[in-house]
Design a protein around this ligand. Structure first.
Ligand code: HXC
Ligand code: NAP
Length: 284
């Protein structure tokens, strides 16, 4: 639950975080500031990012620039990057974190509902990546992308199909550019978090009484959800130069959740000790 990297690990690095005003983006941003980074946060709601910027500057003493933008609008992303360059001189890393999601049987979705998730998650990520990558390549400087996906990017999942399709695309983007843009000194990695409580995710994925019926911790072999600092530690490492040789990787941080859903006999944890005693006695 403590910060992992040594003080100054991100000193003078400028990091752009999409969706940086709330939830996991905010927590990762706060830790980056504590490690000496300058932060640029962006999302649609100006009042939210303005308040986060003011709070984080007060809490950490770091510099935060808040610029409203919709990641679905390429010109708005270009404007964020331009202003970030003007203010801090150079951008070193981009955290593609903005997302939209909801649960629904797929056959109940309108095509517009599918579009809206793909547009935010996949298009928003490749717009931001394209704009930042072109900027770095033109200026002959390197950079680091870190993309937040989730484990159903590779397992798929019912009831969140637009998000699963989009996150799978983001993972393909991560691995593809790790190969293509390494020659420009640009690294691309991803993190696949399991359940980390945030207002944004919980309100949309466990609305109403669902939160009482489906405790996300129950699905996790470690029997708990993640702590934001645990994720922030991993993210800060992947954004820092300590991970300079990590490229094209997706690191899962989910307490073993996704493997558990595939382990054919893992449900045997429901068998109590006295039954195991009996099985052992019979065997002997
Ligand atoms: C079905 C829905 C819907 C829902 C909206 N729509 N909500 N369909 N179920 N719950 C449909 C609408 O009817 C409409 O289609 C279309 O989607 C657009 O809806 P709007 O309300 O106009 O969109 P907008 O106001 O832009 O809101 C976007 C949003 C919203 C994605 C729907 O939830 C949002 O702003 N989310 C941002 C933050 C977020 O989602 N955070 C959670 C990330 S958690 P029609 O046809 O009616 O026009 C996450 C976790 C992953 O990703 C892994 C967890 C383990
Ligand atoms: P969150 O607080 O709702 O974060 C989503 C952010 O994206 C919000 O700040 C939102 O701000 C921004 N956003 C949405 N649409 C946008 C748009 N069109 N343009 C710009 N910004 C936009 O939820 P979270 O849980 O922290 O999620 C953060 C990331 O973690 C997401 O990529 C999510 O898929 C991933 N994730 C979360 C969990 C979890 O358990 N929490 C698990 C796996 C993966 P505005 O509304 O102001 O635009």
């Amino acid at each position: 639950m403590e910060g992992m990297l040594k003080p100054g690990s991100l000193k003078d690095k400028t990091i752009v975080i999409t969706g940086g005003g709330t939830g996991l983006g905010r927590s990762i941003g706060k830790y980056c500031l504590e490690l000496g980074a300058n932060l640029v946060i962006t999302s649609r709601k100006k009042e939210v990012i303005d308040k986060t910027a003011a709070d984080l500057m007060q809490e950490t003493g770091g510099q935060v620039l808040a610029i409203p933008a919709d990641v679905r609008k390429y010109e708005e992303i270009e404007n964020v990057l331009k202003q970030a360059d003007q203010r801090f001189g150079q951008i070193h890393a981009v955290l593609n974190n903005a997302a939209g999601n909801f649960i629904s049987p797929t056959e109940r979705l309108s095509h517009r509902a599918f579009d809206i998730i793909v547009d935010i998650v996949l298009k928003g990520t490749y717009y931001t990546t394209l704009a930042a990558g072109k900027n770095w390549i033109n200026k002959k400087q390197g950079g680091t992308f870190l993309n937040i996906v989730t484990t159903y990017a590779w397992t798929g999942s019912g009831y969140v199909v637009p998000s699963a399709c989009s996150k799978a695309g983001v993972l393909a983007l991560t691995r593809s550019l790790a190969q293509e843009w390494a020659k420009y000194g640009i690294r691309s990695n991803a993190i696949a978090p399991g359940p980390f409580p945030t207002e944004g995710a919980w309100s949309r994925l466990l609305p109403g009484d669902l939160v009482k019926k489906f405790d996300p911790a129950e699905r996790v072999p470690l029997k708990r959800v993640g702590e934001h600092q645990e994720l922030a530690n991993l993210a800060a490492y992947l954004l820092s130069d300590y991970s300079a040789y990590v490229n094209g990787e997706v690191i899962t941080i989910d307490g073993g959740e996704w493997l558990r859903s595939g382990g054919e006999f893992s449900h045997l944890e429901a068998i109590p000790d006295d039954v195991w005693d009996m099985i052992e006695k019979n065997r002997k």
